[in-house]
Design a protein around this ligand. Sequence first.
Ligand code: PLP
Length: 457
Amino acid sequence: MVPIKKYVNLYQKFWLSLIKQNNQFMLFYSINKQSPPVTFKEAAITGQAPDKGLYFPEQIPVLSADFFKRLNSKTKGEIAFEVIRPYIGNTIPEEDLYTICEETVNFDFPLKKITESIYSLELFHGPTLAFKDVGARFMSRCLSHFSEGNDKKITVLVATSGDTGSAVANGFLDVKGVDVVILYPSGKVSKIQELQLTTLGKNITALEVQGTFDDCQSMVKQAFSDESLNKHLSLTSANSINVARWLPQQFYYFYALQQWQHESPPVISVPSGNFGNICAGLLAYFSGAPIKHFIAACNSNDVFSNYIINKTFIPKTAVATISNAMDVGNPSNFVRLLELFAHNHKHVKEMISNCCVSDTASAETILEVYKKYSYLLEPHGAVAYKGLQDYLGQHPNQKGLILETAHPVKFDDVVQNIIIDTIAIPASVQHLFKLKKESTIIKPEFKELKDFLLSRN
Ligand SMILES: *Cc1c(COP(=O)(O)O)cnc(C)c1O
């Protein structure tokens, strides 16, 4: 195992001594170290620290040998509960937390065999057919718990390239005390994704931005740092910078291990954009999960590869690809990855391999796997598959799994063109096509967003 540093420096010691006097539980510190540590509750409600840093747990709990010995006999809800409990402390009573966990993961996470050495952990059996359902369902239930008895509404503001928005909208629908405002780039999300965002109504509002995903993201970031706006509204983020969305993404790594039949631990290939998913996997690993190695599988957006090769992290403008949920040029969780490895480049490189898979190679992979193994990947899973296939080519004695992060039907226009075949629409989303889209069109300017938010209050 890679050693991880003790997270206590002078700054933390000071605050911890103040706060810990009455509370015996985990705190989260800001990676920028300019604002005080907070509990899970505060981190979930505010999203980002006042100093604009991401919150990070002061410790990574180590799961007992007994936990791993009994893993196979535990239910999904039990695993989720035991994994997350140390992070939550007593900010949510144990019984409520258990219910939240059970509801969060009440769908399947099957591990399917593709070849002798490559498996696929299907994370798309949730209500919006993407892995983000797990984080969004957990987060929405936590915020709902925290908003009970609270007069001030929480407004969740989220920029999406497709999957985040639909998972968050679905997770927060009808949650009392919480309003959701979603910004998505007009014409740049798939048909199903748009319907998932724009047909719910009630406490969910969709803003259709005449710009790119990067425009949406920067408008949201500006909103969080706008003083007058934050005086009027209690704003929070539902992107993976929020610990309530990030931490539960560990759960399914344990479900993969439950189903893993081989003696030696798996190599896990994670299709990565903002690096929230892989950082959650790393938490599971540091908690003791038997994982051999990680692959951060990226498309042509290559900032992680650059870091591995050149030891420097240089954010770039994102380029558009067919795996568009990973078109990220400045991954927000990269700072968490560095924190996990105490900025030790050598240790990062030992534990995580990099790869960049082009659109052409992704399409070839989708076609090859479909023809040879009758398994249909979508573009993000294809990036992970290609990364793993190349890695196993160099390490022939190992076996691994990919995280298949979305259902192919969410990217049906791309996938159908590659396989020259049609994909059946799952029953669970067929009703969407009968619903009417409702969105408010705005220009990609912060002022328009601000005026919109204030006008509703
Ligand atoms: C969001 C998303 C990813 C990237 O996950 P990160 O946590 O941002 O690295 C990969 N695949 C799909 C389908 C996604 O929606």
